[in-house]
Ligand binder design. Structure first.
Ligand code: AMP
Length: 397
């Protein structure tokens, strides 16, 4: 894997794809600088080597038009503050103005290009547009994990114009290493905790992960499709009847592969999908009509705790209950605490994909796990076993 460490940027211009798709408030002020901070080490490395950095990113979905609401000019000041260098901004990302600005760029300087998605050719992966972008640097660095699953001009196609002169930035390299640990190189026992609402959205991940893990915890809304498939009564719980055969097939495959599957044995059931509903703890296969399971029960959490504390490599994707409502967040918080304890005992823990990061941040677990992925969709596709186009473009697959 070629990373930024393999290059010396002295007198070189690095064309860096970053993910500065940051949230803005009504006054166009950046409300969360995490993504800018995440790209900082890569930019600093280029500058400290004696090179200059040309930053390209998208912001929102302007759909191929130069809509000023989505201008990266809004974030230039914040980028300057976070990076600690006065960043220059140029009002296009290709063409004469951009080429002139790059030609004038001196070692130690940083240039931020205008939103890539002001050009429709970005998302269509147009090679002419990618060739224009390629003129803006000597070495291409991809540090945008959040868009690595897209075959866009700046994330994938542009790489073909750089022969050997392309690599991953620190952030993307860290993401790849974290996935590798879970999928291939991590210390055993390896555990995947898959929660969330539906089996149908996680099925490809489950099938792929069965070859990689020793333990699989199934939680959240997915529980009830499995429980009902095994003959249990799930009351009004969320359940995909058309996925029950698949659920049984997964359990069969897991057994054949020697994977231990842990499904909730008891749940916190409610008489309404509401924070103020009446609740009771019931066995997961005896949920009365009119009641629905919305969080893991105490016996289940005790089982989960044992498995989590025995594991040396842990992947967590998806909450084990309706964590958005306080009454049903306890299970997800407990799982976070067990992972925290396991991590303190030396386990490697990765959280990522879809909504998981939101849950982890809401409860302050981001500093307690080993790694929190920065890419929802990109992480999900990695867990499904796909090679992401942005990664393939650098490693030459
Ligand atoms: P996902 O995006 O698939 O990871 O699903 C996350 C969503 O699953 C969250 O919004 C949770 O509220 C929801 N969820 C978790 N457990 C349940 C449950 N028992 N019933 C309904 N929804 C649930």
């Amino acid at each position: 894997m070629k990373t930024i460490e393999d290059f010396n940027f002295e007198n070189k211009k690095a064309l860096i794809r970053v993910d500065f798709n940051v949230p803005l408030d009504g006054d166009f002020t950046v409300t969360d600088t995490n993504r800018i901070t995440a790209a900082k080490p890569t930019i600093i490395k280029v500058l400290e080597d004696g090179g200059s950095a040309v930053l390209m990113s998208h912001l929102g979905r302007p759909k191929g038009t130069a809509n000023p609401d989505f201008s990266l000019a809004h974030i230039a000041k914040t980028v300057s503050e976070v990076i600690g260098v006065q960043v220059k901004f140029i009002a296009d990302c290709v063409g004469e103005v951009a080429e002139k600005a790059v030609a004038d760029l001196q070692a130690g300087e940083v240039l931020l290009l205008e939103n890539l998605r002001f050009h429709a050719e970005e998302t269509t992966g147009d090679s002419g547009f990618a060739a224009q972008l390629a003129k803006l640097g000597d070495i291409y660095v991809n540090d945008a994990f959040g868009t690595a699953h897209r075959a866009h001009a700046s994330t994938t196609v542009v790489a073909q114009y750089f022969d050997e002169n392309k690599c991953f930035g620190y952030l993307l390299a860290k993401e790849i290493e974290a996935i590798e640990k879970v999928m291939r190189t991590g210390e055993k026992p390896v555990l995947a905790i898959l929660g969330g609402a539906k089996v149908s959205s996680k099925i490809t991940i489950i099938e792929n992960i069965l070859d990689k893990v020793d333990h699989l915890i199934i939680g959240g809304g997915m529980t009830y499709t499995f429980v009902k498939a095994k003959g249990g009564q799930v009351g009004d719980s969320i359940c995909e009847d058309d996925k029950m055969a698949l659920a049984l097939e997964i359990l069969k495959q897991a057994e054949a592969k020697g994977v231990q599957v842990h499904i909730p044995v008891d749940v916190l059931a409610a008489d309404d999908f509401s924070n103020d509903a009446n609740t009771q703890i019931v066995d997961s296969d005896k949920i009365p009509e009119g009641w629905q399971g919305l969080d893991a029960g105490p016996k289940t959490l005790a089982n989960f705790k044992t498995v989590i504390l025995e594991s040396k490599t842990i992947l967590w994707n998806g909450p084990v209950g309706v964590f958005e409502m306080e009454s049903f967040a306890k299970g997800t918080i407990a799982v976070g605490n067990y992972i925290d304890e396991a991590t303190q005992n030396g386990a490697f823990s990765l959280v990522g994909g879809g909504d998981s990061v939101a849950a982890v941040k809401q409860f302050g677990f981001q500093d307690k796990v080993s790694y929190v992925s920065t890419g929802g969709g990109a992480m999900l596709e990695s867990l499904e076993g796909k090679t992401l186009p942005g990664i393939a473009a650098i490693i030459g697959e």
